[in-house]
Write a protein that binds this ligand. Sequence first.
Ligand code: XBP
Ligand code: MG
Length: 252
Amino acid sequence: MVALTTLLFDVDGTLADTERDGHLVAFNDTFAKYGLPWYWSESLYRELLMVAGGQERIRHFITHYRPSVPATTDLDSLIASLYRDKTQRYLEIVRQGQLPLRPGIKRLITAARQAGLRLGIVTTTSYVNVVTLLEQCLSPAAVSWFEVIAAGESVTAKKPAAAVYHYALAKLGATAAECIAIEDSAIGLQAALGAGIKTIITVNEFSRHQDFTGAILVINHLGEPECPFTVLKGEVGDTRWVDVPLLRRIGN
Ligand code: XBP
Ligand code: MG
């Protein structure tokens, strides 16, 4: 039996519900700014979220949904430029404080630090997006609480590839067996499982109907004493929110 030493947090959909009120708004505002007749509805975005990474998602949209694209446009530079502007728009939204942390995130991170657990971030989004969200929502010092921030730029193959989790483990000098990942999506789960890491899923509006086979626990959120979680899959006894004792118990 290997003792739990490390918690690895996904970002989008896990730390905060960033997709609908953050990334999706930023994508659509950017399309409008460029005069493109593209609009991603929430139901379309649910499908597009199966492709991780903003640039990859835009490219997938162009290839599979065949929207009108200016005839003279070099696709690679259009995508790169859209992504740059979309990131600026997203950062504005984060800085305006419009994306609160999900239930239990602040409490669990605080408790994990007090218990001496190591913390890491493993995400598909960019480093600047992570840092801005952590500083805005958690604490101006929060970046220093995480020993590794494995982000979109850290690896070539994004989730569901396991590369970003392998990258985080290597940076930490940790084994998969001593970690638990907290994710919100099937592609995040596949990435963590691909690296051999036990994974808890906190579902959200975009991911709740996905396949979470292989997760050690599936819940609606991490829970708070005044707002307990609902267990969708897994066994937690009498526990009503994710705390360090529960993690130690189910992590073995
Ligand atoms: C979620 C993603 C990202 C975001 C958009 O990442 O797949 O692509 O939707 O951010 P995770 P970017 O759940 O791994 O945190 O546009 O910066 O990619
Ligand atoms: Mg996610």
